[in-house]
Design a binder for this molecule. Sequence first.
Ligand code: F6P
Length: 403
Amino acid sequence: MEQKLYIVMVGLPARGKSTTANKVRDDLKKDSVRVKIFNNGDLRRKLITNNTSYAEFYDPKNQESADIRERISLINLHSAKSYLRRGGQVAILDATNASGSRREWIASQLDEHPVLFIECINNNEEILEASIRRKVDTPEFAYLGLDEAVKNFKKRISYYLNIYTPLKQERNIIRLDTLNKKVVHEEIKDTIPYYDQIRDFLVTDSVRHLYLVRHGETYFNIENRIGGDSDLTEKGQDQANALGRFFAKKEVPLIFTSSLKRTRQTAEPIAKGQKKCTIIPLPEFNEIDSGVCECMSYDEIRKNMPDIDRARKVDKYNYVYPNGEGYVTMKERITRGINKVLYLSDISRNIVIVGHRAANRMILSHFLFRREEDVPYIYIPQNKFYYISVTQNKKLFQLMKYR
Ligand code: F6P
């Protein structure tokens, strides 16, 4: 008999449930599995024309709205059942499913096939804030100002917190730290179809269309100076404009930069060429901190600090600048930055990162295996970018000219 499965998502709002559900769906589809998502929020927006974005709609004491939400959940549950009856193989129920009693009820209704509960967890305040800001920057919240909408959404979360209990009693459980893509708790009592694939999808970093760009030429670049916070030269500005023209033919909802001027200045013409685009500066993508050598040229380092120059040549990856960083010590923050990018982005859409030479080497080596000793020598030019597409089954890296 054909194996069928229900996946039930669990977690507070803005914890990465839909991103995770979409990823599992897309990856299973690539394996020719018939899979469909039943999302309560989407159904609510479709069926209820009245405004349902205000926080009190989610107050468990608000009987009228609780009934509406209950009904929506029931419709999706029946649609999921009938989908599996009609030939579907995996039905994903995407909603908060925050309380134990709600989950018990769902499990009792879905009794003809195994049920796998996937709970999405993320308690990183900074990234939650950024994620909420992105969520409320939509037509549904347009009637409120951005800050008001954020407040409102946080209140909605607090209502869910009152009834939320983490997975524990359920038969088949995966608890996932969605920011770090780490399974923090796993307990499987039944035979779960497609489990090997799903378990692997959950912890793998996938990007469909990542454009890794280095900032345009700066005044420091002309003088071969390192570090600092220099502006783009005229040529650098031309390169940024050329990037703007290149990306104008594509849709780029998000651009991630470092917090340094040269990456912001390179990103701006790209953002200008878009209908709707947000630039998110991440200090995690700042250039290597060269400590006592900041703002010096390579010639000056060779002449005035020959020990540093020599030591760096012996083992460039592990060498750490006095009072600064080395490639080895950048690894942790760069990984943190990549995790943020993947958490905040819709991975099926274009993502642009504008970074620096050393930072981009580290970002690239996160997706493309390189021996550590070779990482500090990866070629990162200013007139080309890396196009990266990575999934379970495919790794594509292309160094492409944009002008
Ligand atoms: O020269 C530009 C630059 O981005 C510097 O700011 C940085 O220190 C350097 O490249 C990193 O490259 P490398 O590790 O090869 O010196």
